[in-house]
Design a protein around this ligand. Structure first.
Ligand code: AMP
Length: 214
């Protein structure tokens, strides 16, 4: 089974995708995570992507599709994927359709998690991430037990460089302009499932899994 999680930055795609992958035995494929890892380890890919990411702009489609094709070629996609943060443009969605045909894969649903804009800004600007293990927190909604330190590994918490207010506003504009049209794209294919992203992680998860299982 293959699933796409859609939604604006801050809608909770990453958290829900991780849970879905665990629950359904699928691979979690986050292009944002792959790009952040590349930036951290200083690869060519990271060097190409960093400027776009810091500005809250999208990394060019060609680079993203190289990442996806490489991943498909490595593992064949047999386990199935939960795509998180991909596709983000119509050309990426079209290229994914073609790749899936080539690899004999099928898309079960594109689940759109919707959250009001003001709430998205609160969630993103208050988000903190562990430098060592990647665990995420929110300064107000889910603070760590010890200020600035990860509950899981004791690592130092930091703010993602693209979670500052100015960059967040640009990421949202980019989302409305370039990614939101995908809702119509998947609706026309009869694959779109809309769920509300309000409430606790558990509440949203039960809506998402309900939408997937139909
Ligand atoms: P995310 O963690 O999904 O919010 O992604 C962080 C940043 O990585 C985005 O703001 C983009 O700069 C870049 N990025 C991640 N996925 C994509 C994608 N599918 N297409 C273009 N840029 C992406």
């Amino acid at each position: 089974m293959n699933l796409i999680l859609l939604g604006a930055p801050g809608a909770g795609k990453g958290t829900q995708a991780q849970r879905l992958a665990e629950e359904l035995g699928l691979q979690h494929l986050s292009t944002g995570d792959i790009l952040r890892k590349a930036v951290k380890s200083g690869t060519d890919l990271g060097a190409k992507a960093k400027g776009f990411m810091d500005a809250g702009e999208l990394v060019p489609d060609r680079i993203i599709m190289e990442i996806i094709a490489e991943r498909f070629n490595e593992d064949g996609g047999e386990e199935g994927y939960v795509f998180d943060g991909f596709p983000r443009t119509i050309p990426q969605a079209q290229a994914l359709d073609e790749l899936m045909v080539e690899f004999g894969l099928h898309l079960r649903a594109a689940v759109n998690i919707s959250v009001a804009e003001e709430e998205l800004i609160n969630r993103l600007t208050g988000r903190r991430v562990c430098r060592s293990c990647g665990e995420t927190y929110h300064m107000v909604y889910s603070p760590p037990s010890r200020l600035g330190l990860c509950n899981r590994c004791g690592g130092e918490l930091m703010q993602r460089s693209d979670d500052t207010e100015e960059t967040v506003r640009n990421r949202l504009e980019v989302y409305y302009r370039q990614t939101e049209p995908l809702l119509n794209y998947y609706e026309q294919k009869g694959l779109l499932e809309n769920v509300s992203g309000d409430g606790s992680i558990e509440e949203v998860f039960s809506r998402v899994i309900g939408a997937v299982r139909g």
